[in-house]
Design a protein around this ligand. Structure first.
Ligand SMILES: Nc1nc2c(ncn2[C@@H]2O[C@H](COP(=O)(O)OP(=O)(O)OP(=O)(O)O)[C@@H](O)[C@H]2O)c(=O)[nH]1
Ligand SMILES: [Mg+2]
Length: 453
């Protein structure tokens, strides 16, 4: 209890800090800080994904202690179901997807843009008498089909899974021995949303329904296939732990040969129970990710600005020269061509009888050159510069590390949008100062939070 209080205080402080220090920056760059803040205010989330019929809903029912979710052999569930505790004294109820995404208190607003088709396949079930839901919410998902059938869903399944994975404090990835090799897409969807290597620890791998293996060697074969597939997908040299589990049949002992695996199911359930503990870490990772992404975006804008200033320096040099020449000799040329004015500036200088009148035409000439130069910059140079920058955006800043490349890939569409939509404005913003603020936030403020966790 004490620990939960401390976590709550820490979350509140973090929220305040984000609002004060990052709020104005987010606004400046057209981001919504609410997207970051709302999940802070909601419960820890456990996301369960995997192949169809791998036993996701069965596991959930087991944890909740009652038959809340429908189970069955064929693809059974085609909906995303958020399971949360019913408010004390209130009846159980179901909330449709459309209400779910427009409730400001819930962290699902970002799912709205996946369209009607998703919303009709989404709901919140408020469940009474399930102790685990006091501390967290569980999300049951439609089973992953093969990638061909995946296209018929009417919404971007992988996109939705990715979005939910960002939100989740714990992600259970479930396979079964029949389909241990078909989850590549699902994995990629989550992987791309996890921050660097740190997000890995939020994913738990489960090989379920092992009671259906005919023999130990059959089980080993499935396990081997899964390991191989995982290593292909994660690119990791070390194998993460894979829980080997099956749903116990009520009142029946474990099938012969599987007695040793009885504990794994219990351990898995304990891991799920501990999701709230992983929350603080996840929140910090998430804040870290979003702020670093913004930092990269600003770095891009700093580079854009600097490149333009370098270009402008060149313009100053050439057009400045022309301006000076025009100032001193513009009226002389005029006199040669038209006979007017009587004494040009150069003549007056040589004769030593300079007065105010002699400056009139030189100033006009100089101003004309300034006007021409600015017309050139605005009409020709700047549009061309912007176009070229957008075309060659990947070379805007040096991307020395794989980490930086990855970060860049996630934000470059935002940089593209800023440059495309308001290029002039971006030149005038003090991006460098904002970048300094981001660095200070990451190195000082956020680090101190990590130390406290
Ligand atoms: N033998 C065995 N059967 C299981 C196990 N877990 C689940 N089942 C059965 O497998 C079928 C599918 O289980 P579900 O829990 O509906 O699977 P799901 O992953 O929710 O499936 P979808 O919602 O369709 O994606 C059901 O008939 C379950 O009774 C298990 O560990 N062993
Ligand atoms: Mg199900």
């Amino acid at each position: 209890m004490e620990k939960e209080k401390a976590a709550e205080t820490l979350t509140k402080e973090l929220e305040q800090l984000l609002r004060n220090k990052m709020g104005p920056l987010f606004e400046r760059y057209g981001l919504d800080i609410k997207e970051l803040l709302t999940p802070l205010k909601w419960k820890p989330v456990v996301l369960i994904i995997g192949n169809y019929s791998s036993g996701k809903s069965t596991l959930i029912n087991e944890i909740l202690g009652s038959q809340i979710q429908r189970t069955g052999q064929a693809p059974t569930d085609d909906s995303f179901t958020v399971l949360a505790a019913a408010e004390p004294g209130k009846p159980e109820e179901e909330v449709p997807g459309s209400t779910l995404v427009s409730d400001e208190r819930l962290p699902f607003a970002s799912l709205r843009h996946f369209g009607e088709s998703l919303l009709s396949h989404m709901r919140l079930k408020k469940v009474a008498d399930a102790p685990i839901l006091q501390n967290c919410a569980i999300i049951d998902t439609p089973g992953m089909l093969d990638s061909v059938t995946e296209k018929d869903r009417g919404y971007d399944y992988l996109g939705v899974v990715g979005e939910l994975a960002k939100l989740a404090d714990l992600i259970i990835l479930m396979f079964d021995p029949h389909k241990a090799g078909t989850i590549k897409e699902t994995y990629q969807a989550i992987r791309s949303t996890l921050p660097g290597s740190t997000g890995e620890d939020r994913v738990v791998y489960v090989l379920n329904r092992i009671d259906e293996c005919e023999s130990v060697s059959d089980l080993l074969r499935s396990y081997g296939t899964l390991c191989w597939n995982l290593s292909q997908m994660t690119g990791r040299k070390d194998m993460p732990r894979i829980y080997l589990t099956f749903a116990p049949k009520e009142g029946k002992a474990a099938p012969i040969g599987l007695e040793t695996f009885m504990n794994e199911r219990e351990e898995l359930k304990q891991t799920i129970n501990s999701a709230p503990k992983m929350r603080l870490n996840h929140i910090l990772q998430e804040v870290d990710r979003v702020v670093r992404e913004l930092g990269m975006e600003i770095e891009g804008m700093v580079a854009f600005q600097k490149r333009f200033i370098d270009k402008i320096k060149g313009v100053f040099r050439t057009w400045g020269m022309v301006g000076i020449l025009a100032f001193f000799f513009g009226d002389l040329v005029m006199k040669l061509l038209t006979g007017y004015p009587n004494t040009p500036l150069a003549g007056a200088l040589l004769a030593g009888n300079l007065n105010f009148e002699h400056f009139l035409w030189p100033i006009v000439w100089a101003l004309l050159i300034v006007a021409l130069a600015s017309l050139y910059v605005q009409r020709l140079l700047f549009p061309k510069f912007t176009k070229q920058t957008l075309k060659d955006l990947d070379n805007l800043i040096p991307l020395e590390t794989a980490y930086k490349k990855n970060l860049w890939n996630r934000v470059k569409h935002r940089i593209h949008r800023l440059i495309e939509e308001q290029p002039r404005r971006q030149i005038l913003i003090a991006h460098g100062r904002y970048l300094g603020k981001i660095e200070q936030f990451l190195n000082k403020d956020l680090s101190s939070f990590y130390e406290r966790v």
